[in-house]
Design a protein around this ligand. Structure first.
Ligand code: ADE
Length: 233
């Protein structure tokens, strides 16, 4: 998979060179490129923002650098269209299902907005060169799209075949089957007077599987009842 990121703070993404995603890049499974949006500005101050038409607080990102950047980065036919993701608190909410869907794409472009947002015409134009998705990490406001993009790249990247060494560990996680993950324990069997549940020491694999399933359901019921009712909004 190829991922291009457009940001005015490219160094936010240095952390993606670490750990599993760093290895995936070295192994050629993931081709990640972070580009400074100011590369597509031509004035002395490398301006990317301006005051909003109609007035109001803050600044809006100018359309021209975005247009030129997308012209350079979006795939041309006959390649499948790029998926262009704009992180936004006004977008659809990102879930494990979104991550799964996006992990099948060949080319993702993340456009990280800052200030009060991006000129609306950029989204229209982007729809003419790719598939556009406005995606929110959740119902809260960040200072820009960078942190949301990092989270999405990590969630998507680890689902690309070969990125996580043991694919079974992907299946047993929270949200993969609509339930939260069961609790895990390791040695010592007693720590600060707290023991490990007896069933995990029993060697009875059937009983362990049943207990883990019950724990998943009970945790989900108490912490995230919305997941059980099918109402995740
Ligand atoms: N940019 C600002 N807030 C955001 C959020 N909650 N999700 C995605 N992008 C954002």
């Amino acid at each position: 998979m190829r991922i291009d990121v457009l940001s005015i703070f490219p160094s936010y993404f240095d952390g993606l060179a670490l750990s599993l995603l760093g290895k995936a890049q070295s192994a050629g499974i993931l081709d990640l490129s972070v580009r400074d949006l100011r590369e597509w500005t031509f004035d002395r101050h490398r301006t990317v923002d301006d005051t909003p038409y109609g007035g109001g607080a803050g600044m809006v990102m100018k359309p021209e650098p975005w247009g030129l950047a997308l012209d350079e980065l979006a795939s041309r036919p006959p390649a499948p269209p790029s998926t262009i993701i704009f992180p936004s608190p006004a977008g659809e909410v990102f879930t494990q299902a979104t991550a799964r869907e996006l992990s099948t794409r060949e080319h993702l472009i993340f456009g990280c907005g800052r200030y009060e947002g991006i000129d609306e015409r950029v989204f229209e134009y982007a729809s003419s060169v790719g598939e556009v998705r406005l995606i929110s990490l959740g119902d809260y406001v960040l200072n820009g799209g960078e942190v949301a993009t990092m989270a999405m790249i990590e969630a998507i990247g680890r689902l690309i075949p070969g990125v996580v060494g043991n694919p079974e560990s992907l299946v047993e996680e929270s949200h993969e089957d609509g339930l939260l993950e069961y609790p895990s324990y390791t040695k010592p069997s007693v720590w600060r007077e707290r023991g490990v549940p007896d069933v995990l020491l029993s060697g009875n694999h059937g009983a362990i599987a049943t207990w883990r399933r019950e724990q998943q359901i009970e945790r989900t019921r108490s912490r995230r009842p919305d997941l059980l009712s099918g109402d995740e909004s």
